[in-house]
Design a protein around this ligand. Sequence first.
Ligand code: HEM
Length: 414
Amino acid sequence: MRGRCSSCSYRRGLPSSTLRHYFRLRHIPGPPLVGFSKWWLASSARRGRMHLDLYEAIEKYGPDLPFTRVGPQDIITGDPVFLRQIVNTHSLYQRSDWYTAMRFDPTRDNILSLRDDEMHTKHRAKLAPGYSGRDVGHLEPRVDRNILELINLLDRDYVSKGRVFDFGRKAQYFTMDVIADVAFGQAFGFVASDSDMYDYIGLLEKLMPTLIMNQVFPWVVDVMADAESEILVQVLAGSDTTATATAIRATTLHVITSPRVETRLRAEIAAAGVASRPWNTVISDAEARRLPYLQAVVKEGLRIFPPAVGLGSKSVPPAGDTYRGDAEEFRPERWLQAEGGKLREMEATLDLVFGTGRWQCLGRNVALMELNKIFVELLRRFELVVMKPGEPWHSRSAGLFTQNEFWLKGYRRG
Ligand code: HEM
């Protein structure tokens, strides 16, 4: 988890001159010249290497230090304890101007751009019931029917015809349709038409670096104003589904390239009697939550490949903090072996993937429901083979991931 990466942005006193910014944080190590300009960050976003560059910066410049500097006023940390303190309900940290870029309509804030705590809390309280997964009667059948739609598409048009498919795209068609179905009672129809309707996802992929550039240089939003705001609203709408699609793709890739994990997961699914159920049924969320190895796989997927890795900067109150973290291997067993305080600490660290406290992801329950079901339903019907093991996918991150060219071939089981 360490370094993959959340951050905080130093904002005390806000001196305006570049030199003063430079001197204020000069004791914190980081890549050359980051103290003078934001080009290092901007270039990382443009090259789609944000997740790797932030991680490598911590590894190179501060493996044993609490902070690494990546911009004139931007410092990052990989310490989960410190990260939790930042997003804690009672923490004095505020959203920094990184979030200004989320205000796509320059005259109006939305849940992601609101920096004023009181207003954000009020707005969040209003929205929360609509996002709640607790109303499972309403939510679950919609997730289920979209899962079946995806399974049927893969089976009918690809598996039974021996054709390869880009699972990068299919996963996003699925998550887009689920959100539309939950929000409007009807899927957009990406899976049904098996196409990137209106070139939406293509546009999203092209514009993601622009969005992140705006977060690196928040003032650009004001300059772009009306001309771009409509387009950027679309990027925002796509970001939630992008995060969930990333979790589906990354976990699928790790499972089907780890024979030990795949075998154990299939055995658990078979032992639960799910493998032999009729084709048009989907495992219930409650049942999926009772499969311990599946739960460990879902957690491990989110741990090893956190889908949202942008800066998400928070402004620092007057104080300082500590750090620590670990682990590189995709090994779901770690979640079954840990106990007591250690397990609680791991769970709390994992929660950071969705943010915690007052900024926690409102779509967490929806996303987890999708993850609880999708791997079971894919694995119980198909063997999935990675077509290009040397370069399994095209994966880039400017904060959120764009992933395509993830070519798989499926074979029907049993
Ligand atoms: C695995 C999938 C997902 C991940 C990893 C994820 C991650 C996150 C993170 C880290 C934040 C906090 C940003 C911050 O600190 O300011 C967030 C916020 C948010 N997410 Fe998600 N998300 C996911 C899926 C979704 C889905 C499916 C939805 C919609 C149904 C959604 C809706 C939201 C909303 C509305 C917020 C803003 C909350 C607020 O500002 O109070 N997310 N998400």
